[in-house]
Design a protein around this ligand. Structure first.
Ligand SMILES: NC(=O)c1ccc[n+]([C@@H]2O[C@H](COP(=O)([O-])OP(=O)(O)OC[C@H]3O[C@@H](n4cnc5c(N)ncnc54)[C@H](O)[C@@H]3O)[C@@H](O)[C@H]2O)c1
Ligand SMILES: N[C@H](C(=O)O)[C@H](O)COP(=O)(O)O
Length: 333
């Protein structure tokens, strides 16, 4: 059986529904190697179709497909997990029901992947504050999925053709980063990155650059000791385990070389250290991948973009790239 990829619709008041429809309308969802099933809300998707002047009709399906939307002659299969009052929702103003719905799309998709019913999942953007307001104590998909899968350590990787960045720490205040960094966390990030690039991306011996935390890699201890105390020992342990890791590299210059093919991934100590260069190069087509889960999960690299939600202007390119990457990754499983 050709198991589907499940695409979670994301925030009903963000750009998620309209980039799904946009991808459908431009034909990017045709000729996929797997069926695509949207976990979401048919009424909200119909409302998104109207943004493009596209005529849509809904019919009812069976099994996983509860609704089939035909939008401008193209079919979108949906598993309805919410039936929100789409006409009353305002773009950029998620209600508590929206917060609950967007978390439920993720939980449902994850459970189907764990059961082996689906091959993998792709996620459209959620609003972190909205799921929080709905009672979910998670800063994002990554942590919610780790909890659903019962996994302690996962790695957030953002990837494009020219650059892949993997984060040791993710969503926390910058001031917390030095307190949270440890040799064990750095080593675990390196190990998961290495194993995942081998397994899912066909690399025999991934070349990993590990960044420093401080300017000039700490300048021999003048600007901080995390490099000598935590990062260098983690790199040494990784190398002893046969991983091609190098560093600690100064973050300011390393990306220049990584973006020119010198490394297969860059291990970064905190969110913006990795995501600023990644989004500079790959805002349009970057993909967020959670490594270390027992399931395949890819995502767009952007958020709910409330400033343009409901205008039809949001680009569908990152979503399409995320679907393509999930296709490839599930081909390797
Ligand atoms: N994968 C996710 O679920 C995810 C990722 C990042 C941020 N978020 C959440 O999204 C919300 C908004 O975050 P933010 O404002 O920092 O980032 P954002 O990515 O939503 O927006 C930043 C800027 O990029 C633009 N932009 C975003 N996506 C675009 C697209 N597809 N096409 C064209 N322009 C686009 C926006 O209009 C905005 O100007 C927050 O709640 C954040 O937590 C979710
Ligand atoms: N850090 C990601 C970004 O800025 O693109 C994003 O917030 C991902 O969060 P999730 O855990 O929801 O994938």
């Amino acid at each position: 059986m050709n198991r589907p990829l499940i695409l979670t619709m994301g925030d009903p008041t963000g750009v998620g529904p309209e980039i799904i429809v946009k991808a459908l309308l431009c034909g990017a969802l045709e000729n996929l190697s797997r069926p695509l099933l949207v976990a979401g809300d048919p009424g909200v998707l119909e409302k998104a179709a109207a943004l493009f002047g596209a005529e849509s009709t809904i019919s009812y399906g069976t099994g996983l497909v509860s609704h089939r939307l035909t939008i401008a002659g193209r079919n979108l299969e949906v598993h309805a997990l919410s039936l929100l009052p789409a006409g009353q929702l305002e773009y950029g103003r998620p209600t508590p029901e929206c917060g609950r719905a967007m978390a439920e799309y993720i939980e449902w998709a994850c459970a189907r992947c764990q059961q082996g019913v689906a091959a993998g999942m792709v996620t459209a953007p959620i609003n972190k504050a909205a799921i929080h307001a709905a009672g979910y104590e998670f800063p994002g998909h990554t942590e919610l999925l780790a909890a659903c899968c019962g996994v302690d350590k996962v790695v957030m990787m953002l990837a494009g053709e020219r650059l892949r960045v993997c984060l040791v720490t993710t969503h926390l205040a910058l001031a917390e980063v030095p307190r949270v960094l440890s040799e064990a966390e750095i080593l675990a990030t390196i190990r998961i990155t290495d194993a995942s690039l081998r397994r899912f991306f066909g690399l025999d011996r991934p070349r990993l650059a590990v960044l420093s935390l401080n300017p000039h890699a700490g300048e021999g201890g003048m600007f901080g000791d995390e490099e000598a105390r935590l990062i260098a020992p983690a790199i040494a342990a990784a190398r002893a385990a046969g991983i091609e890791a190098s560093g600690p590299h100064s973050a300011d210059t390393l990306f220049h070389f990584a973006a020119r093919g010198g490394y297969d991934a860059v291990v970064c100590m905190y969110h913006d250290q990795g995501l600023i260069p990644l989004k500079l190069l790959h805002f349009d087509d970057g993909v967020n991948v959670t490594l270390g889960l027992p399931i395949v999960r890819t995502s767009v690299d952007h958020g709910t973009a409330y400033d343009i939600a409901g205008t039809g202007k949001a680009s569908e390119a990152s979503l399409v790239a995320a679907i393509r990457m999930a296709e490839k990754m599930t081909g390797h499983v």
